[in-house]
Ligand binder design. Structure first.
Ligand SMILES: *Cc1c(COP(=O)(O)O)cnc(C)c1O
Length: 427
């Protein structure tokens, strides 16, 4: 697979190089400049998830990564069912993995790809998290040979459950609670990546959401969703995607470029830079505001240049996208209405995707909205809004009983550096 830096077409990399580098010169994103459609989408739709994903990702990635097939079998060990939520509307539940969020798909695939291409080189993943991403990354890299993970999070500023998912693993997963805020955690990570000597010594890598491997893994579940529909409904599908950094919808659009017949709805919360842009043609990010759907609280979405590149490459138009944005009050109302109507429990991210889909669904279409996180991950809000007491899934309930193994450090780069070198026995 050939990928180019979207900011400098002269920088060309292989898939493996793009996975290791993450990002190109001038912070440019890597992306292919051509996507060859699949010849046999209908036949692929009749295969089970793992087998189908092996064929799709092999088609995209080409001969690189000889172990690709076993990596996929090892990464995709949980289901992505569609569940009827309303008339002609299904939830694609992407939250049946180890950390109960769709990020498990991308993170688990990326961890195994890195494991396969690192050779004898030791790698250290350093990541700052305000919650979900850190949990998915920690779980995905747990017990991966030759790779250590250091997750920084602001002390007392992530949920108890999120902390348990990160800090109870141990072994190669080092959880560090920082005496400070998320931005300080992120600054420490940035400083580490600028420290060339440290970077080389520990084999530093970030596993963030702009990594192309994560996007490619996510292409798989769009096909999986359509495969679960009866044949006569497969050609008239609308996906509604709750968008933050726009990685998830980029994956959906890659699936469309590969030949999946579907149109897409962009669903946002009050951080509505893209909906306003599609309306007015003006790119005008406002300050980010905090909402109930906090994984979507992003006003400068990282992956938007990839969406534009894809639209241009395929000869599509931005006018073809349906879109919408919702306030917290509308989100709560939506959760209550659907719960009353059909009993389906939405968490805030899925609620936005569901309602924007409803607002845009046409006669004869089948709607699928992406359920990006398990409602229990937002238990306090869901319980309050719906007046219920949502049980924790067993895996989460078991985690909640374990003790945190996190260390506590000040928001100071040199202290972090000394800690990492000591943990890796490199000093
Ligand atoms: C990360 C996340 C999103 C946003 O996905 P993007 O790929 O960043 O657009 C939506 N919902 C949940 C629950 C998430 O964790």
């Amino acid at each position: 697979m050939e990928l180019y830096n979207l900011k400098d077409h002269n920088e060309k990399v292989s898939f493996a190089q793009a996975v290791v580098k993450g990002i190109g010169k001038d912070q440019g994103l890597f992306f292919p400049d051509h996507i060859e459609p699949l010849a046999n989408v209908d036949e692929l739709l009749d295969l089970p998830l793992v087998e189908r994903s092996q064929k799709i990702l092999r088609h995209l990635i080409g001969d690189e990564i000889p172990e690709l097939e076993s990596i996929i079998a090892d990464a995709f060990t949980f289901k992505a069912p569609i569940v009827k939520a309303d008339e002609n509307v299904y939830a694609l539940e992407l939250f049946h993995g180890p950390t109960l969020a769709f990020k498990d798909f991308g993170a688990r695939f990326m961890a195994r790809v890195l494991g396969s291409i690192r050779g004898d080189k030791h790698l250290t993943i350093l990541t700052a998290t305000s919650g979900d991403t850190g949990a998915a990354v920690a779980a995905a890299f747990y017990e991966q040979k030759g790779i250590d993970v250091v997750v920084l999070y602001p002390k007392g500023k992530i949920s108890d459950l999120q902390e348990k998912l990160i800090a109870t693993l141990g072994k190669n997963i080092k959880a560090v609670q920082v005496d400070g805020i998320f931005d300080e955690c992120q600054d420490m990570v940035k400083t580490a990546f600028d420290d060339v000597e440290f970077k080389t010594t520990v084999g530093l890598n970030s596993a963030n959401s702009i990594n192309i491997s994560r996007l490619l893994a996510q292409v798989s579940y769009y096909f999986e969703a359509v495969s679960q529909l009866p044949k006569e409904k497969r050609n008239n599908v609308v996906f509604s995607v709750p968008c933050g950094n726009f990685g998830n919808i980029t994956a959906g659009l890659i699936a469309k470029a590969l030949g999946l017949k579907a149109r897409f709805v962009i669903s946002c919360n009050a951080n509505d830079t893209v909906p306003r842009y599609l309306q007015s043609g003006k790119w005008d990010p406002h300050a980010t505001v905090a909402t109930l759907s906090n994984a979507m609280d992003i006003s400068r979405p990282n992956n938007w240049p990839r969406v534009e590149a894809l639209v241009k490459m395929q000869g599509w138009s931005l006018k073809d996208f349906a879109f919408g944005s919702m306030s917290d009050a509308e989100t709560e109302k939506t959760m209550q209405n659907l719960y009353k109507k059909t009993g389906y429990v939405l968490e805030p991210h899925a609620a936005i995707a569901y309602q924007t889909l409803e607002n845009n669904l046409k006669e004869g279409e089948t709607g699928i909205f992406l359920g990006t996180a398990h409602p229990a991950k937002f238990k306090a809000d869901v319980d309050r809004i719906l007046g219920i007491d949502l049980p924790l899934p067993q895996a989460l309930a078991d985690k909640a009983k374990l003790a945190s193994q996190a260390v506590e450090l000040p928001a100071d780069y040199n202290t972090l550096k000394a800690y990492v070198l000591k943990e890796l026995k490199l000093n």
